[in-house]
Design a protein around this ligand. Sequence first.
Ligand SMILES: [Mg+2]
Length: 177
Amino acid sequence: MQKNIKKQNKTIDKLSKLVYNIDTKKEREEMKMTIYFDMDGTIANLYAVENWLPKLRNEDASPYTDAEPLVRLATLARLLNKLQRNGHKIGIVSWLAKNSTENYDIKVTNAKIEWLNTHLKSVQFDEIKIGKYGTPKSTMVDDINGILFDDEEPNRNEWKGKAFDVDNIIEILKEIA
Ligand SMILES: [Mg+2]
């Protein structure tokens, strides 16, 4: 009888260890999620470029390269590098211009990549997704449980993981890092 209880206790011990291990692994996976950034209106001030809308309608991609940064870039880059060192991935999820042609899509994609190379040169993005205007962003990315920073409320609502507006990007990243 005594022996049986001992045996049972051992099994319970093993089981609780097993559960514990599963929990910590899950926790680790949750912690190391991808952090995604929208570009226009989130990190790049497209809408402040003079005549941005007529230019876009005219298939001129210059507003995308001319857009001023909306965040302190040196601080952002330092934080993104730190997050990656801690195992997080960093991604971009951004739309092309509304009602665009295939030719303009290519120009806009190149302009967006150029903006990232100019302003966040030290950041090696794990994922850059640039897709058709209006595509649900949760369907564009690899990590659907990731974090999204996006200035548009419908995008934040549609997102499956945590989504934040653009007001406290640096402060939120500091908390995760
Ligand atoms: Mg936006």
